[in-house]
Write a protein that binds this ligand. Structure first.
Ligand code: PLP
Length: 479
């Protein structure tokens, strides 16, 4: 590598972040030019007296952002700039990053460290999205720009059918597949369709996602908590509850992280078949698994019993507001009417661009890249927790974007999370995920695995250094 000034302040935490910024700045202002080969992570670590992991992390981050190219056997090089004439999507001549996106100040408005459920928004594949969007714009027929099918662009529904079959073992009929503005709209559409059928109640995992509950109650359904244990949803309790439908997160229960055990899957499907009730499967972060075999979705086992929901919120960015809902055929007409009434269908160019991203393999590539980065961050968070909070117990680590930290009895997790928020962190107290806080809902009979105090901690959006500093801060607050 040519001589380049890399200034590091070793008195501050987050050396990987500092190195990333320094290299990004050097590339951005031309001190490191396209095609320059960087030293191996080992050599640069030696040169700068850093641990090799710090350099690896900086290289990975910059590769994900498109500044560097890492090729097996060929080392790491500075990425080439696209021709200036390409312009930006808006036609202005803003400076561009090598990934084709416009220049941006890193983390101008950062996601709070440890906030669960958010991906690293700096990893958004801007270059691939830009290419996909441009191609969509170029190839869309005039007729595609008219009011279209409220279910969504046929091209995207076809791509999603293939993707969900391939990656999630789903058996989707594109006729019964809806493109939605995130899982949020899918919950609302299903709640509306259930209400039309005369349903008033829905079973919901306890603990579960407070946000998801809100979408159901806002659409007129009453929630009935169903406990979760180490095998997932307690189906016997569900059967006793008499609800019209149940919402589950079988691949990665939110927040506990447990996988619905095979015997429970069969019991659940048998319950739905026997009683004619609906299973709503929220497959919210199923693409992210690290040291666990993949689990196919429930929908693939029984497409006539299961409504399947997913979105790009965890894989790309929540701001995309892009999701999908596959329904059993008998729910199709009511959901179609609800979708048409809501919006006559979502924004078509985004849908066509997403179809391009799926079809070109760009989405798969992004998932593979993110999985590697997430795994490293998860490991870093676990290591920091073991070091600074050895009295707390970590669980739910095999998949997803978050884990659960169980705290010693007597700790007020709500107060702790509030103090952490004031300090700029974003953990969610486990108690906020519980619905049934009555004495009967407490864990005396082992009814749930999460009534003890704890925190739900996200790790996907921050570097190992940032996570370690946040844990140190958290440990200080607990003390
Ligand atoms: C359990 C669960 N399901 C689904 C979602 C995704 O919602 P959306 O696709 O509307 O962003 C979230 C988001 O936080 C979630 O926590």
């Amino acid at each position: 590598m040519p001589e380049v000034l890399v200034e590091l302040d070793r008195t501050r935490p987050g050396l990987a972040g500092q190195l990333t910024c320094a290299l990004r700045a050097a590339i951005s202002d031309g001190r490191l030019s396209a095609g320059t080969r960087l030293p191996s992570s080992r050599d640069l670590a030696g040169e700068l007296a850093l641990s090799r992991g710090v350099v690896v992390e900086a290289y990975e981050q910059l590769s994900a952002e498109g500044w560097l190219l890492a090729r097996r056997g060929a080392g790491t090089t500075v990425a080439g700039r696209p021709p200036r004439t390409a312009g930006t999507l808006s036609g202005t001549a803003e400076p561009q990053s090598p990934s084709g996106g416009t220049e941006r100040s890193p983390r101008a408005d950062p996601v709070a460290v440890l906030r669960p459920g958010v991906p690293d928004l700096a990893m958004f594949p801007r270059a691939d999205w830009r290419r996909a969007y441009e191609r969509a714009l170029r190839t869309a027929r005039d007729a595609d720009l008219d009011y279209g099918d409220p279910r969504g662009a046929p091209q995207l529904r076809a791509e999603l059918t293939g993707y969900l079959g391939r990656v999630r073992a789903a058996r989707i009929d594109p006729n019964h597949l809806f493109v939605t503005t995130g899982a949020a709209q899918a919950f609302g559409l299903l709640a509306g369709a259930l209400r039309q059928r005369g349903a008033t109640t829905v079973g919901i995992e306890d603990p579960g996602s407070p946000g998801v509950r809100g979408h159901l109650t806002a659409n007129g359904l009453r929630l009935v908590p169903v406990p979760v244990d180490a095998d997932g949803l307690d189906v016997a309790a569900l059967a006793a509850s008499g609800v019209a439908a149940v919402l589950v997160t079988p691949a990665h229960q939110f927040p506990t992280g447990v996988v619905l055990a095979p015997h429970r899957r069969h019991e659940l499907l048998a319950w739905a078949r026997r009683s004619g009730r609906l299973i709503i499967e929220d497959d919210y972060d199923a693409e992210f698994r690290y040291d666990r075999d993949p689990v196919g979705c429930l929908q693939g086992l029984a497409p006539d019993l299961v409504a399947h929901i997913g979105s790009v919120s965890k894989a790309l960015a929540p701001g995309m507001r892009l999701g999908w809902l596959s329904v059993p055929p008998d729910l199709g007409p009511a959901v179609l009417a609800g979708k048409a009434a809501a919006d006559l269908g979502g924004p078509v160019l985004e849908q066509l661009a997403f179809a391009e991203l799926l079809g070109s393999g760009g989405y798969d590539r992004h998932l593979r890249r993110s999985r590697l980065v997430h795994r490293r961050r998860r490991d870093a968070l676990i290591a920091a927790l073991r070091r600074h909070l050895p009295q707390a117990q970590v669980s739910g680590i095999a998949a997803g974007l978050h884990l659960v930290l169980r705290l010693p009895a007597g700790v007020d997790d709500t107060a702790l999370a509030a103090a952490a928020t004031r300090a700029g962190l974003g953990p969610v107290p486990l108690s906020a995920t519980r619905l049934d806080l009555s004495p009967a809902g407490r864990p005396s009979g082992g009814r749930t695995t999460a009534a003890e105090p704890g925190l739900v901690l996200g790790y996907a959006a921050h570097s190992p250094g940032e996570l370690a500093s946040a844990v140190q801060l958290l440990a200080g607050l607990m003390a």
